[in-house]
Design a protein around this ligand. Sequence first.
Ligand code: FAD
Length: 620
Amino acid sequence: MKHYDVVVVGGGHAGCEAAHAAARVGARTALVTLKAASIGVMSCNPAIGGLGKGHLVREIDALDGLMGRAADRAGIQFRLLNRSKGPAVQGPRTQADRRLYRQAVQQAIAAQPNLEVVEAEATDLVIDGGRVTGLTLSGDVSLTAGAVVLTTGTFLRGEIHIGHERRPAGRMGEAPSVRLAERIEEFGLATGRLKTGTPPRLDGRTINWDVLELQPGDDDPCMMSFLNTLPFVRQINCGVTHTNENTHEIVRSNLDRSAMYGGAIQGNGPRYCPSIEDKIVRFAEKISHQVFLEPEGLDDATVYPNGLSTSLPLDVQVEYLRSIKGLERVEITQPGYAIEYDYVDPRSLGPSMEVQEVRGLFLAGQINGTTGYEEAAAQGLLAGLNAARSASGGDPVVLSRRESYIGVMVDDLTTRGVTEPYRMFTSRAEYRLTLRADNADSRLTPLGIDLGCVSVERQRAFEAKAAELDTARTLLQAISFTPTELDNVGVMVSQDGVRRSAYKLLASTDVSTDKLLRISPQLRTLSASALAQLAREALYAEYLQRQITDIEALKRDEGLIIPGNIDYSTISGLSAELRQKVVQTRPHSIAQAARIEGMTPAALTVLLGAIRAAGTKKSA
Ligand code: FAD
């Protein structure tokens, strides 16, 4: 019987990061997956990153994970979302060529020492004295293991729905995992059902691109990995179109044929990634929704219509698509569908992603009730590192909410659980001014170096960058200008005779770096990237005290009573979803409001302000 330190089940985003991370720290690792050729497949949208998700990718990259590097290799359109807002909420995103992404992940897995791929179905876990000791595979093969990571995604008792038609599947074209689901239930782990959906795929050759608005990527592309500076392949445009009243009428009149609305699906779906049926019911007042037409690859005519996920029957999908500008003659290459699957209540896990009742067993990814590649990959990385440490008798690594979005997500999942698929948003992080995508390396790479999961190449690049930033910071803090010198280059400050440091001036959005370079030639020795990074750092140094005050206020006021007659509809700054939840729940206190699933620190601060304004009194 073959022995591994760590066995990871599942070759999706969580599984690949878990296996690669375990192998990087020296654990002899097996990646057991149903189809080796499907390793690194993107089941849904051909994109990596975005708001909140881009932060996770940068954190994965800072710990030398795969996702950022693979996304850069495959990136065909890079955009920094929220560019006009502050750096803390900007999210790097790239559209990815599906084939190139899969190829990049498979190459990285193949090149990693200590890592072996085993193509098989995992059917059972071997438990001895409350600890997992191995795994049974289809064909009665067994493996022994020091620790096991399960990352089975949407495969546990997965069932696809297209209208009233349903069939068992883990995702389109792949069988579900039923035996393992039954076994997990036998352990007494709490499980539930969730659902998610995907849009139909279109033949791009049947789209009338000439009538569509085209959206290019950014002129100065922002890479997903700290190791890269430029895209590797040709960049493309996406198309933009809109649904219309006719589209909405077609969907509305067929709602009874939708799996989600016809009563066939019980599980909750992702609120933040609604199907077209959901959008038309929930936002009935809207007469149009934007649809991005995203090419799936450079040598692939397939187009992903982002915003049109559905579980309507195929004939209705064709009809509503053809009512949309530019899609009048479109052909579908794969119908949209919904999938319902089992998930395990993540409150069964500790902060290291280990199942509390079964030592050595770790869960990561969609199996824990999350949605999205990035959320899965981030959990996988942490679970893989901890599985390796568990197998070798080491202490677990736990990431805190203060140092990373990964810490925020794991804490949310393991303490609050989920009732709908969980996805990351910047508003979930109370420390979001310090947890930026641009500084993920300075937050986490030193930890990665200590843990031994960072390559020598990355360690060198990181140390060189950190030294450059230190030198630049010292110089910027040492150089200062009089108000007159600043006035001469058009920087308006009060003529108070006080010298201002270049570092402090960089924090001001009104002061362009060019103007400072004109006064001080010494600053020209600094690279543009170091100056830009320190400008972001200086900007947030100004706000950090406010962040600390807000967090302390939240802790102090947990017992604050919310008046029963509070009118939530008048509180601006609460999202529609959260407003709906507080109206339904009517929390008695701030502490109770904080426990509402999806409640964010930002929303709690808004609530606190409203209660104060209404003049409430503290609970006894
Ligand atoms: P997966 O990527 O699903 O990988 C699971 C892996 O486990 C597979 O390789 C499978 O072969 C393997 N496996 C399963 N059972 C076994 C077994 N018993 N033995 C061996 N191997 C096994 N995300 C969004 O953010 N937005 C969306 O709109 C969205 N829509 C989606 C729509 C559909 C139809 C699907 C299927 C997914 C969608 N997702 C969406 C989710 C996204 O694809 C997942 O969140 C992400 O892929 C989860 O990664 P994972 O690693 O947890 O699982």
